[in-house]
Write a protein that binds this ligand. Sequence first.
Ligand code: NAD
Length: 253
Amino acid sequence: MIALNFHGQTAVISGGLEGIGKAIADLLHLGGANVVVGDIGVRARQQGDRSLLVHTDVACRADAEALIADAVSTFGAVDILVNNCGVSAMSPLEAMSDSDWQRILDVNLKGTAYLSQAAIRVMRPRQAGRIINIASQAGKNGYRLMGQYVASKHAVLGLTKVMAIELAGDNILVNAVCPGIVETAMKWRERVEGALLRGLTAGEIYTEDCSQVPLGRTAQPGDVANVVAFLASPLSSYMTGQAINVTGGMTMH
Ligand SMILES: NC(=O)c1ccc[n+]([C@@H]2O[C@H](COP(=O)([O-])OP(=O)(O)OC[C@H]3O[C@@H](n4cnc5c(N)ncnc54)[C@H](O)[C@@H]3O)[C@@H](O)[C@H]2O)c1
């Protein structure tokens, strides 16, 4: 096994209080990184051993800039940015609301751009950095009742490609991870909302989900974190602009 070694590096993770983001924060911290989590669920700024939690709404540019500034003043730099946080809503096309459009695009797409812009200002003078965007297999396929989310994740993959091209000359590598079905609070909210709309139970949707994965099980957050750690490490130093599936074989393109 290759040991993770992020000693002396600082990673900023949005939405790192729960779910996939927490697994990423925990793994990078285990690997020695200073870990800064910006999450809307944080009540008060909290600093610990190589760790910092900051209340952040990524949809607010001022919050995104303040998070990166806090990471730099606390730990001296930002080496790795993981744009993880995301939101979803279940709705048929004809009922999609303006408020859901705004929330989903503001958090998933503009939030990724705001944090990246702030991080690039810190990374470019050092001619080094990794930016990892947590997209989804919904950035490559369509899924019923998820029009706004699917559109936002396709857009995140588009933004990832542009960032990779614009930043390659500064040795800032930008890649996306496309998780499949991951057991988190978000996934269960989607199952409960989807069940109501489809006349099923959330448990029936869980069974349906498992049956669609060639590896025979849905993902745990740690399955995604492992790939993020790879993309943050020197092992991936010849990769940029990629969208890596972590789907148990459910998506193969
Ligand atoms: N769970 C899945 O099956 C799945 C599949 C593919 C992609 N993803 C993507 O993975 C990422 C993480 O998803 P998850 O399932 O862990 O979600 P989750 O809802 O379980 O956790 C999301 C975290 O983000 C935080 N957050 C929400 N809005 C925020 C905001 N405006 N600013 C800062 N923080 C905010 C929440 O407080 C929470 O801690 C998302 O981008 C999601 O779209 C999830």
